[in-house]
Design a protein around this ligand. Sequence first.
Ligand code: IVH
Length: 673
Amino acid sequence: MLCSMTRADAAQRITNLREQIHHHDYLYYVEARPEVSDAEYDALMRDLRELEASFPDLVTADSPTQRIAGTPTDIFKPVEHHAAMLSLDNATSPDDLREFEARIGRALPGATFSYVCEPKIDGLGVALLYEQGRFVRGATRGDGRTGEDITPNLRTIRSIPQVLRRGALATAAVLEVRGEVFMPRAEFAKLNRALEEAGTPTFANPRNAAAGAVRQKDPAVTARRPLDMFLYHVSRADGHAFASHWDTLDALRVAGFKTNPRAERCQTLDAVVACCERLERDRDALGYDADGVVVKVDALEHQRRLGSTTHHPRWAIAFKFAARQATTMIETIEVNVGKTGALTPTAKLSPVELAGVTIRNVSLHNEDEIRRKDIRVGDTVLIERAGDVIPYVIQVVLAKRPADTQPFTFPSQCPACGGVAFRPTGEAYWRCTNSACPAQLKERLRHFGSRRAMDIEHLGDSTIEQLVDTGRVKDFADLYTLTGAEIGALDRFAEKSAENLVRAIGASRERGLARLLNALGIRLVGERVAQLLATRYGSLDAIAAASESELGEVHGIGEEIARSIVAFFKDPTNQRVIERLRAVGLVTDAPVAPAGPKPLAGKTIVLTGSLPTLSREAARELIERSGGRVVSSVSRKTDYVVVGEAAGSKADDARRMGVTMLDEAGLLALVRS
Ligand code: IVH
C-alpha cells in the first residue's frame, strides 16, 4: 500500500504524522496531560517509521523517529557560545537579598524593581539553538564560553521540542534559549535501583546521573535515562524583544517549552523573601533537586542597564538553600546493641555542619550496607540530610581514601557483653545471643518506658544506666519494686524527683494491653501490631495461648510476625517476667472500650504544628479513641487537617487540595459532637 503512494503524498502524510506526534509529545512531556492512549501514539509512530523506511530521503533530523537515532561519537565538538553562559552571585540570607536590592538601586537611581523568583534547579545548564523554529543544536555550558555539542543526546529528551509550536519565538530566524537539564528524583531512584540490581555502580545524586546521561557517547543510552528540562532564558531571538522576564517565560511556554510552574512574579523584596522561604520549605515536594531560588530583576530594560561582570549578571542573584550534603571523615565505627539484640553500626564522624545541625554520628544500618558501600575507618564520605530525614552516607569519596585503610570487619562478639553474636541466614542483622546482656536490657527498658509504650515520665537514660549497672534492675518487673529511697540514692536524684519517678512507674500499671505489648519489645511487634493483637484477643493470656496459624489469620499479621510472637511467649525467661509483671499488679487486659458513639469513625486526620493545649500524643489518643485514624501526610482522601502553631507544608497541602482544616477547638468540637 505504501509503495503505491506517490512521493508527494508520502511527504504530506509524513509532515502530518510528525505534527501529530510533536503535539502529543508536547501534551505528554510538557503539559503532562496526554490526549491519546499509548497504543494510539505507538500506531502513529509505526506509520511514520514505515513511511520513512520507504522514502528514506524524506527523513530529517527533527523527525520524532530520529530522537534516538544519533550515532555514537568519540568526542563532542566544541561550541562557541553566542553570549557567555555566566554564573550567579549568591545570597545566603534575606539580608543578602536586601543588600542586592540596595546595590541595584544605587546603580539605577530612581528605578522601582519588580522580580521573578524561580527554583534554582540542581542540574546542568544547557543552550538550545533553533533556526526557523527547528531544533538544530544543543550544547553544554562548558567553561561558559565554549561548551560541547551534545545535540543527539538532547534530542532524546522528550520535553525539548524538535519543532516549535506557536508564537513569536517559533518564527525567529535564529533563537537561542537556555535552561536546566535534570533528572526527576523518582526517576533517579528507579535508575539507581536498576543499576544496583545489575551490580553496576550507582549515582550519588540526580545531578551526577543527569550529567552522566547528557555526556553519553551513545544517544541510545541517554534515551534510557529519563531526563527533563526547564527553560528560563532567551539569549538570542533575532527580530524579537520582550519587555520583561515574565513575558519571556510566557513566550517560551507558548513556543512549547517547559518552564517552571513554581516561578513567581514579586512586586517587592518582601514578597521575594517570602517566596524564597516558601520554596525552601517546599523543596522536598518539588520532585527534583533545587539548591536555591534565582531572583531576577523582571524588566529587561533594567537588566540591560545593569549589565554583567565577567562572572555573573548584576540583575540576578541566587538565594541558596541550606546545604544538605557535606563531606567529612569517618573517625571510628562503633557497634551498639539494640533492644532485640541487633548489633547496629554507627560511624563517628569529624563533626560537620549540615542544614543548620552539627552531625557527629551517622547510622550505617548493617553489615551489608557497609560492605556494599565499602565504608572504612579513615574514609572521607559524602553525607546527606534531606528534610526531616536522618543523615546517611551516600558514598565514599574514593579519591580521598588513605593508602592504609582496611575493609571493616563486623564483630562476631557482642561489643557490650562479649556474648556470642550470630547472624541468622536471611537476616540483615547480627544479634547478641546473651539474653542477660546489659546493653540490651538498657535498650529494652528505654523502650519500655518510652512515650508510645508505658509512658513512664522521669525514667531517663542515666537512671536506666545506673539501675542496670548496679544490678538493681534485671527485668521490667524490677522497676515496679523500686522504692523512693533506692532511687533517691542514685546520682542526680533529689527526694522529690525520686518520689515522682516512683509515682510515674506506679501509674504505668494501668496503661492496658496494647501499650504493654508494644513495651515488651517482641521482635516485629510495634504499636500497630500491638493494637491489632489487643483488639483481637483482649488479654495477654489469650495471646500467649494462640497458635502460630491462629495469629497469622489476624488481618495485618503475617507469618513471620506470628512466629516471633509464639517464640516470645514460649521462652521461659519471658514467661517468668510476665508472671512477675502480673504479680506486681500490671493490668494485662485491654482497657475497657470507651462506651458511646465514635464520632470520627472512618475519618483520616493529619496533625501539623503544635496545638495550644493537647500534646501530639494526647491529640492522637483522642482521635483514635473517637474512631479516627491519624496519618502522616495529606492527600485528597484526608478528611481533616488539624493545624496548630508553626504548622509546616502540610497546611499548604491541605489548602491546595481543599481538605477541611481545623484548629484544636474545632477538633474538640467534632469529638464531642
Ligand atoms: S539564570 C544569565 N535561572 O545555575 C542567567 N539559572 O549557578 C543565569 N540555574 O549557570 C542563569 N536554575 O545553570 C538561572 N532558574 C534558573 C536556574 C539557573 C538553575 C543554574 C544555571 C546557571 C547556574 C548558576
